[in-house]
Write a protein that binds this ligand. Structure first.
Ligand code: NAP
Length: 527
């Protein structure tokens, strides 16, 4: 498929008028054709006007029609074939197998949301029928369902060019909820974004949906992103990226005359606690698992294990020895962009120059551009507790081991942590009592707590939580991965004493959609 470098506004392809973005192959630093001239505020205005026009009709599409739309997007993405993988490889430096897997995840996610839409649970229908005879006061008829919030702005992430980008989790969940979507493409992979954007555009057309259901804008220099968040027709936004970018946009969203939900997934260092019995009995195996997780995708995962916490002693010493040997053998890997590489280098230099931090090992160097040379460091709990900067995310393969004097210091470190996407316990049965002490602390800190696994690799399912307290995200009440993500873009509406002729299908007495509903406090059987 030939790339044109145009913005996609509804069904039109439009040449931008602002400074152009050029994709760069991070493995060679070579520019990739075509240039993407940036959009203007007028383009944002156009996309928002179309999205608003589409909203009322799109949010009332039948469950079946909306599910078919999501499935059609997945089919269209697959139909792009190898061109998509090749372009994504050139723009991100990520290997073919990873991107092929990510495409599978992206399409699987769209099809999973199609199933969610069909089942209709997300409508969360509740009916409290009228009780005219109730004493001392009659009861009114109350019926509740969820409706879509309105047009949603999505900021594609740099580190998942498919699964967290143009048709990624934020877009899939917003479309499933019934919200039109306007994507601000990440400037690091505009060609991949155009390919996927055109697939969504085609699906909108073949499903006979209003054109404003989807638009894709390009542009760097913040103007497009800020204009989108400030547009009064945008009613929510999803973001994955840096803490500074996410916080700036979240503040902008809260400062609007009508503040809106801004779901930013930002920064997490994903602590791993090595409990004494596990460390003593299988320290070596844990060390290999840890280094494998740390090196995955050059550590450019929001769930990369950036912190390891354990009590000092011979078991920790031998864990460190094995981790050092494994890390020294790690090949260098190309990072996503030169900007991310530079930020990584700065983070690593801060650690190497820190008086209380000891370098344990570095991975192999590379001789091509933007190479991540993995790093493993160590400090004492007292020094970690005394310096907030040691909690800062170093995006890339980098991890800090915290040596604690005893179990109480381990708990102190846990208590000191900022909000996290994940917390991991490496433990044996004999560690249960220590784990039980830590669990209430970790519940307050993290969105997902796991035992004897590694945080990288986030299952897309119904029970997944990819979220957590700030700075992991801007809103700890939700998840950006998994089917529960749909609830971010919905709100409840209650209908009191509406005549049958005005009631939405989902709320009618005869339950024509066959939904599972809460009727007078009792769960109705699904038909
Ligand atoms: P980013 O700089 O936050 O950019 C993400 C997106 O938001 C881009 O489209 C960017 O637009 C836009 N943006 C950022 N700040 C903005 C602002 N103030 N106003 C308007 N738009 C704004 O993230 P990135 O480029 O993906 O990576 C940079 C750093 O983010 C990494 O080094 C890493 O530290 C962190 N990161 C973390 C995660 C995670 O999951 N924890 C994931 C990815 C990145 P432009 O195109 O104009 O830049």
């Amino acid at each position: 498929m030939t790339l044109t470098g145009e913005l996609l506004i509804g069904q039109r392809a439009v040449t931008g008028t602002q400074a152009a973005i050029e994709a760069v192959n991070p493995a060679t630093d070579e520019k990739l054709e075509p240039a993407y001239a940036g959009g203007s505020k007028a383009d944002v205005e156009q996309a928002c006007a179309l999205a608003w026009e589409a909203f009322d009709s799109y949010r009332e599409t039948s469950l079946e029609a909306r599910a078919i739309f999501l499935e059609t997007i997945a089919d269209e993405i697959e139909a792009i074939g190898d061109d998509l993988i090749e372009r994504a490889m050139a723009e991100t430096g990520l290997p073919q197998a990873r991107l092929t897997g990510e495409r599978g995840r992206t399409c699987g996610q769209l099809r999973l949301f199609a199933k969610v839409v069909r089942a209709g649970e997300w409508l969360d229908v509740r009916i409290d029928p009228a009780q005219p005879e109730r004493q001392p006061m009659p009861r009114v008829d109350l019926r509740q369902r969820h409706i879509a919030l309105g047009p949603v702005a999505v900021f594609g992430a740099s580190n998942f060019p498919l699964a967290f980008s143009v048709a990624g989790g934020d877009t899939a969940s917003a479309l499933a909820a019934g919200c039109p979507v306007i994507v601000k493409a990440h400037s690091a992979h505009p060609g991949t974004s155009e390919l996927v954007g055109r697939a969504v555009q085609k699906a909108v057309k073949s499903c006979n949906l209003p054109e404003g259901v989807f638009s894709l804008l390009f542009g760097s220099g913040r103007e497009i992103g800020q204009a989108l968040v400030l547009d009064p027709r945008i009613k929510a936004a999803g973001f994955t990226g840096s803490r500074s970018g996410g916080t700036a946009l979240w503040k902008l969203a809260q400062g609007r005359p009508e503040p809106i939900p801004f779901y930013a997934e930002m920064s997490s260092i994903n602590p791993v606690f090595l409990l004494p019995s596990a460390l003593g009995t299988r320290g070596e195996e844990i060390a290999w698992g840890f280094i494998a997780s740390l090196n995955m995708g050059a550590g450019q995962f929001c769930t990369s294990p950036g912190l390891v916490i354990a009590e000092k002693g011979p078991a920790l010493d031998s864990f460190i020895q094995t981790a050092r040997d494994a890390l020294q053998e790690s090949a260098s890997q190309t990072m996503l962009t030169s900007g991310i590489f530079e930020a990584y280098q700065q983070g690593i230099s801060k650690l190497t120059q820190h008086g209380q931090v000891q370098e344990i090992a570095r991975g192999k160097t590379g001789d091509t551009p933007n190479q991540c040379q993995a790093g493993l460091f160590m400090t004492k709990a007292a020094d970690f507790l005394a310096d907030e900067t040691l909690q800062e995310e170093v995006f890339g393969s980098s991890s800090l081991i915290i040596e604690c004097a005893n179990a109480s210091e381990v708990a102190q470190v846990a208590e000191h942590l900022e909000g996290q996407l994940t917390a991991t316990l490496q433990m044996e049965d004999a560690d249960v009592d220590v784990a039980r002490q830590l669990l209430p602390i970790l519940e307050r800190k993290a969105g997902r707590i796991m035992v004897n696994g590694w945080p990288t690799g986030v299952e897309v399912g119904h029970a997944m939580v990819h979220g957590g307290p700030f700075p992991a995200t801007s809103d700890s009440r939700t998840t950006s991965v998994g089917t529960a993500a749909v609830y971010r873009f919905l709100r409840p509406v209650c209908y009191q004493d509406l005549p049958a002729a005005l009631l939405p299908e989902a709320l009618k007495d005869n339950n024509p959609l066959g939904l599972s509903r809460l009727y007078d406090g009792q769960r109705e059987a699904v038909r």
